[in-house]
Every structure is written in C-alpha cells, then in structure tokens.
Design a protein around this ligand. Structure first.
Ligand SMILES: [Zn+2]
Length: 91
C-alpha cells in the first residue's frame, strides 16, 4: 500500500470555490434555483476568500451597469434582439 498525505477537506473545498465562482454570475442575477442559492450562501458564509470574491464581483457588476445606462436607440435595440433570437433559434 502506498498511502500518501492525509489531506482531507482542503481539496474538496478548493473545488467548491471554483464551482461557486462559476455560478456567481447567475447567483447575482437571481436566476438560480433556491437550493443552489442556499448552497452558495452557505459556502460563502464559511469561506473568507469567496466573500471578498463576491464583493469584487458585485463591484464589477455595478461598474458594468453604469456603462449599460448609455441609451440605446430603439431601432438598434430591436435589431439586436432579432439577432439574438435568430441565434437562439438556430441552436
Ligand atoms: Zn470558497
């Protein structure tokens, strides 16, 4: 037998942090199902690095929203929506 290292816990935790990071956009958009949201909030409560990550992400999102406040001409907007819909239909 070749037992190597008794590193139980930290590895799984790191994996979860990755998953949290991937889900964070949807989490802040409020599009995730409740069980997933609760899981994320539970993890963040117990994970310092993720707390600061969420704060950074929220700040970045706010900055992006400010940019999005530039008014888009109605015609351009409907064209854009048409393109997006066509893409979705194609997939
Ligand atoms: Zn974490």
């Amino acid at each position: 037998m070749s037992g190597s290292g008794s590193d139980s816990g930290s590895g799984a935790n790191a994996l979860e942090c990755r998953q949290i990071a991937e889900l964070l956009g949807d989490y802040l958009d409020g599009t995730l199902p409740r069980p997933t949201v609760e899981l994320i909030e539970w993890h963040i409560d117990n994970c310092g690095p993720c707390v600061s990550f969420v704060n950074t992400y929220r700040g970045a999102q706010r900055a992006t929203r400010n940019l999005a406040e530039v008014p888009i001409p109605a015609e351009l907007k409907s064209r854009l929506l048409a393109v997006l819909r066509a893409r979705r239909a194609a997939e």
